[in-house]
Design a protein around this ligand. Structure first.
Ligand code: GDD
Length: 413
């Protein structure tokens, strides 16, 4: 029986800094989206892969930051989830290689590799099937984006018929213009989603990069000690980037293929994107896990409309309106809007209106206030208290603050 293992690259505290201040208390991969830690969405998707043996999270966060989470999710999903800590950053491919012996322990035929900070429907069984049909070393999930935004990602050109990855450039300064036939010049609008399947040959490819680097370093060392030093200072010899060091050089060599998703896909780099991704996952729950979405009648429980997640331990006053509708402006006029998720031990008081927000653990929101301003993105950190009649608009509030005056467009440190 062919076994599959999944690896999620979670990075470490020095990565993902654009996500601050949300990642001050919680490592970014554990920040809740639609009421679940960011990495739980890909983890749940892995569960749908036939013959999944293990899920590894690889990063350079302290072990204790993930210990509780990996033990609870392993129990819940009945799949072993292990956190493997690098002693230092080795890069997206170097980190994988560092733990090759553990990853290969159960002799898997395929390795699913996922970035922790992408939001999509993770069509992993389909990706795996496509990969087996193509017969290469790796297959990458790709998506079409506007040609103007493609350069912010790994931009690529694929053969329209065979789906082979022909050309790959990581975050290029200019668009990828490539002549593949004498008649047409293509401008790329396909990008790398950060979701892959590889055969174990990926380790041989990474090993190849490392050996080549060591050889070059040795030559440099002999010819010029200074040159060697400057080369190693910019990139440690054991630091291997999946994009530039593996994908780019292997493009066009019949080893890498692409599988296009037409579902949603987003990158989660900034606090604002967490709200967008939370709403995408809430909408996905309607299909995959409708039992996670809240309902209410407005009499014995709060009024609920649209996609809302409320943690079972949260206490929401029955007169609160936790309403989430997508586009109805008539309901918006009564200051009620889309996309709400409420975490553990939150208390929401009488008459409170919640619109488009993620409310973190232990937050307390008291009575209602006067709503007149335009709405924006608001993020309340853990254990924040919003006093009666205080309105918070388009602001980020760091953990443990008590707000007793209304704030608009502020970061409360
Ligand atoms: N364990 C570990 N160690 N993880 C790492 C390391 C490392 O040294 N470096 C990066 N990662 C993880 C990050 O946490 C992230 O999940 C993933 O590897 C890729 O991170 P980056 O290499 O910083 O790339 P990126 O996120 O800016 O862009 C990548 O993803 C895009 C899709 O979101 C690229 O692959 C792009 O081509 C792609 O479009």
């Amino acid at each position: 029986m062919e076994k599959v293992v999944a690896v999620i690259m979670v990075g470490g505290p020095t990565k993902g800094t654009r996500f601050r201040p949300l990642s001050f208390n919680t490592p970014k991969p554990l920040f809740p989206l639609a009421g679940q830690p960011m990495i739980q969405h890909p983890i749940s998707a892995c569960k749908r892969i036939p013959n999944l043996a293990q899920i590894f999270l690889i990063g350079f966060y302290e072990e204790r930051e993930f210990a509780l989470y990996v033990s609870s999710i392993s129990n819940e999903l009945k799949v072993p989830v292990r956190y493997l800590k690098e002693d230092k950053p080795h890069g997206s491919a170097g980190g994988l290689y560092y733990f090759r012996d553990m990853i290969m322990e159960e002799n898997p035929s395929h390795i699913i590799l996922l970035n922790c900070d992408v939001c999509c429907s993770f069509p992993l069984p389909d990706l795996l099937e496509a990969h087996k049909r193509y017969g290469g070393m790796g297959t990458m999930l790709v998506i079409k984006v506007s040609a103007e935004s493609a350069h912010q990602f790994g931009e690529l050109i694929a053969d329209p018929n065979t789906k082979e990855l022909l050309h790959y450039t990581e975050k290029p300064e200019t668009f990828v213009h490539t002549h593949y036939s004498s008649s047409n010049c293509e401008v790329s609008d396909l990008i790398n989603c950060g979701v892959y399947v590889f055969t174990p040959d990926i380790f041989t490819a990474i090993q190849g990069v490392l050996t080549h680097r060591e050889d070059r370093a040795n030559i440099r060392q002999v010819s010029s000690f200074e040159a060697f030093q400057s080369a190693t200072r910019t990139l440690p010899v054991d630091f291997v980037r999946l994009d530039q060091d593996i994908l780019s050089p292997l493009a066009g060599k019949k080893q890498l293929y692409t599988y296009e998703t037409t579902d949603f896909w987003e990158q989660i780099k900034t606090p604002g994107m967490s709200l967008k991704c939370s709403s995408l996952y809430l909408a996905l729950f309607k299909i995959t896990s409708p039992q996670l979405l809240a309902s209410g009648n407005g009499i014995t429980s709060a009024t609920i409309a649209g996609d809302v997640y409320i943690h079972p331990s949260a206490k929401v006053h029955p007169t609160a309106k936790v309403i989430n509708i997508s586009s109805s402006s008539s309901i918006l006029s009564s200051a009620i809007g889309p996309n709400v998720s409420i975490s553990a031990n939150v208390r929401v008081g009488a008459g409170v209106r919640l619109i488009s927000c993620i409310v973190l653990d232990d937050v307390e929101i008291k009575g209602n206030g006067d709503y007149n301003a335009k709405l924006g993105i608001t993020i309340l950190g853990e254990a924040v208290t919003v006093e009666d009649e205080v309105v918070v608009i388009n602001s980020i509030v760091l953990p443990n603050k008590v707000l007793n005056v209304s704030v608009q467009e502020e970061i409360i440190l």
